[in-house]
Design a protein around this ligand. Structure first.
Ligand code: AMP
Length: 249
């Protein structure tokens, strides 16, 4: 079984996001970038399945500018076998990414595609679902447990009501939740070894996909600042304020 894992480079989740003064986006210059957190879970799961002898190859793919390759390199350092970097500059929407990934799937013919449930920069939660539709493959989204059973997968999903367990046929798309596993850290020797693993570079325009945005972004702005709170002396004062000032009880 071959597993393709899609990894996206995003602003690191610890960074305090700043909006550009002209409202055209967020500041990315000199900002720490990392792999989208659930994509780390996706790589970890694929590597674990390979270590359990149920997969033969794990291929990491990213779509993005030159520096996005760091994300693939990190995936190689935690156990992916080889990488693919689809080079494209500018803003990419989920539909464009899924059409590009469809081409990669047509070429690589994986049995499984693992992705993150959502990218923390655009919060779209669309790419896996769109890829599943384009390929006409079954999908298991928000996976918090994955078991490979011959040509089927048993997947536990995190849903609003609790946990849902489904069985789907392979080939399939799985989008991974943060609760799926604990991603490992890359050791120094493995970081060094990863430098020798191959990364294929493909220019997006060579795939014949129109990546031009279909959405017009009108404005990006920071949420309104919260007013400072107050300290109350005791519970009685708190109740009085909730009742008479906030009028919530
Ligand atoms: P989104 O639909 O944007 O919330 O992204 C969901 C998932 O799709 C991410 O967690 C990634 O696994 C994958 N993905 C989205 N954009 C890219 C990209 N540019 N390169 C590689 N994978 C991506």
């Amino acid at each position: 079984m071959k597993i393709l894992v899609a990894v996206k480079r995003v602003i690191d989740y610890n960074v305090q996001i700043r909006v550009k003064e002209d409202g055209t986006g967020v500041v990315t210059d000199n900002v720490k970038m990392s792999t989208n957190p659930p994509d780390d879970n996706a790589i970890e799961e694929a590597v674990k399945i390979k270590e359990a002898g149920k997969a033969t190859e794990v291929v990491a793919v990213t779509v993005g500018e030159e520096k996005a390759q760091e994300t693939v390199r990190k995936a190689l350092a935690v156990g992916a076998d080889r990488g693919i970097h689809i080079k494209v500059d500018g803003i990419l929407e989920p539909l464009a990414v899924s059409k590009i990934l469809q081409k990669v799937v047509d070429k690589e013919k994986p049995d499984l595609v693992f992705m993150g449930k959502q990218a923390i920069d655009d919060d779209c939660n669309q790419t896996g679902q769109m890829l599943s539709a384009l390929l006409n493959w079954p999908q298991a989204t928000f996976a918090s447990k994955v078991e490979v059973k011959d040509n089927k997968l048993e997947v536990t999903r995190e849903i609003d009501e609790g946990l849902e367990t489904i069985e789907i046929n392979v080939p399939a798309i799985v989008t991974c939740d943060l609760r799926l596993n604990e991603p490992r850290y890359a050791s120094l020797p493995n970081i060094m070894k990863a430098k020798k693993k191959p990364i294929e570079e493909i220019v997006a325009s060579d795939l014949g996909i129109d990546v031009s945005p279909r959405l017009e972004q009108l404005k990006v702005e920071e949420p309104p600042k919260r007013k400072a709170g107050i300290k109350v002396a005791n519970v009685a004062e708190l109740v009085q304020k909730l009742k008479n000032e906030a009028k919530v009880i």
